[in-house]
Design a protein around this ligand. Structure first.
Ligand code: SF4
Ligand code: MG
Length: 322
């Protein structure tokens, strides 16, 4: 039930005060133990906001984040710092920006291990070496003393992944982990994330706008549009028989057509409406090729469908034949 409204200054000479941006509205997401859940949608759909809320970095306006049934809001500061932060780790889009430029790799990786009791002073260097090996870097002593700017983008992201793993987390939230990298290294980094997720039984929340990434590693998919989760389901189902018109349009817009998918030849036209002036009724109604009268008046509620759910009147109202 996560809702997040930001307040932005009104524009124009007449107006004053603030108006809310609806970054997330009553969004429900369950990340199951040991699964990779891909959260997809265009930029501005609220994916990163939801990721930051899941990480405990941003507070929701309403709603609750819980880890293993324990609400984050009920934890003491100490529990958040000690237990939640070590259990829920992040990998961000820009590895250069997420690694401290003034610290060596040894320092970057040793810090969280010491803080969360995963190593002590005498075991830290060996532990750092071991974790670098697990992310495909085979470090000699000189490597440990390098700074982030001495590495390639792909190596930096490997270090960021190693840092996320250094606390032995149950959950990793990765927000567009390969989209800032050279195309040539994206597949390797994704493969690494997938292998580590499997080996360690981590629950991975993977935020992406790229459906090819989803096909490569997701166990389940959630589609977000203008702050709402509009469809969830297994990837096979989503890619071959998506129920929500927005999901179908997203799939049709991917450069790698999916074998077996129905050729719907749908195109997403126009930009998404602003998250300040939301359309009434269904938020997708201004762009939806299947829009009906009811869509502009009534917002569709999530309905159980197949392996997940969908929020669309097509699945509750039959269009009137003309
Ligand atoms: Fe399209 Fe209506 Fe479904 Fe919204 S509710 S996605 S406008 S058919
Ligand atoms: Mg984002």
């Amino acid at each position: 039930g996560i809702t997040k409204h930001y307040r932005v200054p009104r524009r124009g000479a007449w107006a004053f005060g603030h108006q809310p941006v609806h970054a997330a509205d009553d969004a429900d997401l369950t990340l199951r133990r040991g699964e990779t859940l891909a959260l997809v949608g265009e930029s501005g759909s609220g994916k990163s906001t939801l990721a930051r809320i899941a990480l405990g970095l941003t507070r929701p306006t309403r709603g609750e984040v819980a880890l293993g049934g324990v609400p984050l809001a009920s934890m003491s500061r100490r529990q958040v710092r000690r237990d939640f932060r070590s259990a829920v780790q992040a990998v961000f889009q820009d590895p250069a920006g997420s690694l401290n430029p003034r610290k060596t790799l040894l320092e970057i990786l040793r810090g969280p291990m010491l803080l969360h009791g995963k190593a002590n002073r005498s075991t830290a260097t060996a532990a750092v070496t071991a974790i670098l090996e697990q992310v495909g870097l085979s470090p000699g002593t000189s490597f440990l003393h390098r700074y982030p700017h001495e590495l390639s983008g792909g190596q930096q992201q490997r270090v960021a992944i190693a840092r996320a793993l250094s606390t032995e987390p149950r959950v990793v939230v990765a927000d567009e982990p390969v989209s800032a990298l050279d195309v040539s290294v994206r597949a390797q980094i994704l493969e690494l994330l997938r292998d580590l997720q499997r080996q360690r039984g981590i629950a991975l929340l993977l935020i992406t706008h790229d459906l090819a990434v989803v096909r490569a590693i997701a166990h389940r998919v959630a589609v977000m549009y203008l702050g709402r989760i509009v469809e969830t389901g297994d990837p096979d189902e989503i890619f071959t028989a998506a129920r929500h018109p927005y999901t179908r349009a997203l799939i049709d817009a991917t450069p790698h057509p999916v074998p077996g998918a129905r050729p719907l030849a749908r195109r997403l036209t126009g930009e998404p409406p602003s998250a300040i002036h939301l359309p009434s009724g269904c938020r997708f109604s201004t762009r939806c090729p299947d829009v009906m009268d009811v869509c502009r008046a009534v917002e569709p509620l999530p309905l159980a469908a197949g392996s997940g759910h969908v929020s669309c009147h097509l699945h509750t109202h039959q269009p009137v034949a003309s």
